[in-house]
Design a protein around this ligand. Structure first.
Ligand code: BGC
Length: 403
């Protein structure tokens, strides 16, 4: 059966500034990489200088939209002071996207913070919320004519977990009480930021849509140990990790759509306060280069589960890191068929962004994992489109999927 998408459907790719631009030396990740002796983002993909070439590649792949992020530390390198040069750069980026027929989806916070913000206690300090809102208002005001969809935070709970519970990302806290403050502050910043954006657009009488990009996964019980206890943990992790924040924001009426980042499923075991993801490699799923469990059926299930919110859904990230082209192709094919099935069952899906346009800097994993539609040679910065990307280009052109 052929599933045809509406003509307004967005076919895109996503990137984030720190992972692609290069030379973001005012961000907290820059300090962290050095402290922990990790791979350094350095010049990353040099996207800051090569964005025109990169958007041409996106256009060559028949894409009609593009998700990117603004690097807070670049536009606001010192507390209370903006770099007009950096703001002008992002205006040029957005004008170039418009010329290439790529509709922008713009993220304001994609994991990184300015060093000065982190040094003042970052998200743990309630007083700092205003610093973020000051940045948000300035950027939204400067870019409002060029953007009509904003993502205020990328994956707030992943940021929370890695930075404040597990402590493997900056600022490296491992404290539940710190985590509690951080999530309260992020939620407060989101809700006020949402209202601020709406007010700014009221002034120009232009519609705008605002949301978060929420990482969703499927949680399943590990088959080792006591199955019932593992099932309880999987249920609770799904309830809190997938839906708790969405429900809160939905009730406060400050989500215009749901941004979904979906990659994999996890198997959970009983134990510890929060339960844990089990490390067994023996479960059903195929795994990608990073050992993530590939589960397209899970993608379908989480999309169907979102029906209860009765909001439009935008897939803000989906993708995989692989060594073989055939694996990328299989992932793309199975996940897009899952998406089309969910669409045919009434989930109001408005678009799909592959993560990522370019191979790029994968945080604490460095440059090993390659998620791109486009291969990047990090020595020469030469770009080459991977074979599976042409399959994606064909689907984007036909705007239809056979299920
Ligand atoms: C993040 C990206 C990251 C990707 C692959 C998402 O959780 O938003 O920054 O590169 O997953 O790990």
């Amino acid at each position: 059966m052929l599933i045809q998408f509406p003509s307004s459907f967005l076919w895109g790719a996503a990137i984030s500034s720190y992972q692609c631009e290069g030379k973001n030396i005012n961000s907290d990740w820059y300090v962290w990489e050095k402290q922990k002796n990790l791979d350094k983002a350095g010049k990353a993909c040099d996207h800051y200088n090569r964005f025109q070439e990169d958007f041409k590649l996106a256009k060559e792949l028949n894409l009609n939209s593009f998700r990117l992020s603004i690097e807070w530390a670049r536009v606001c390198p010192h507390k209370g002071k903006f770099s007009q040069e950096a703001i002008e750069h992002y205006k040029k980026v957005l004008d170039t996207l418009a010329r290439e027929g790529l509709k922008p989806i713009v993220t304001l916070h994609h994991f990184t913070n300015p060093i000065w913000f982190s040094n003042n206690g970052g998200w743990m300090n309630k007083e700092n919320i205003e610093d973020f809102l000051f940045y948000l208002r300035k950027i939204v005001d400067e870019l409002k004519d060029k953007v009509d969809a904003w993502i205020i935070f990328n994956e707030p709970l992943v940021y929370l977990y890695k930075g404040f519970i597990e402590g493997t990302w900056p600022p490296g806290e491992a404290s539940l009480s710190a985590a509690k403050k951080v999530i309260d502050n992020i939620m407060a910043a989101y809700c006020t930021g949402y209202k601020n954006i709406k007010q700014i657009y009221q002034g120009i009488d232009k519609p705008v849509r605002v949301s978060i990009a929420k990482n969703l996964r499927v949680f399943k019980p590990c088959c080792k140990g006591v199955k019932t206890l593992n099932s309880v943990i999987a249920y609770l992790r799904s309830r809190y990790f997938n839906f708790w924040l969405l429900k809160k924001l939905y009730k406060k009426r400050c989500l215009d759509f749901i941004g979904v980042n979906y990659y994999c499923c996890e198997y959970d075991s009983f134990g510890g306060v929060l339960g844990s993801e089990c490390g067994h490699k023996t479960h059903q799923a195929k795994q990608n280069y990073l050992g993530w469990n590939i589960d397209p059926e899970g993608f379908y299930q989480v999309l169907i589960a979102l029906k209860k919110f009765d909001l439009p859904v935008l897939i803000t990230e989906n993708g995989t890191a692989e060594n073989k082209n055939s694996c990328y192709e299989d992932f793309l094919d199975t996940h897009l068929r899952a998406l089309a099935r969910a669409h045919s069952k009434g989930v109001k899906i408005q678009g799909y962004m592959w993560w990522s346009l370019l191979d790029n800097f994968e945080w604490d994993k460095g440059f090993g994992p390659r998620f791109g539609l486009v291969y990047v040679n990090y020595d020469t910065m030469q770009r080459s489109i991977k074979p599976f990307a042409y399959k994606y280009a064909k689907i984007a052109r036909e705007n239809a999927i056979n299920i």
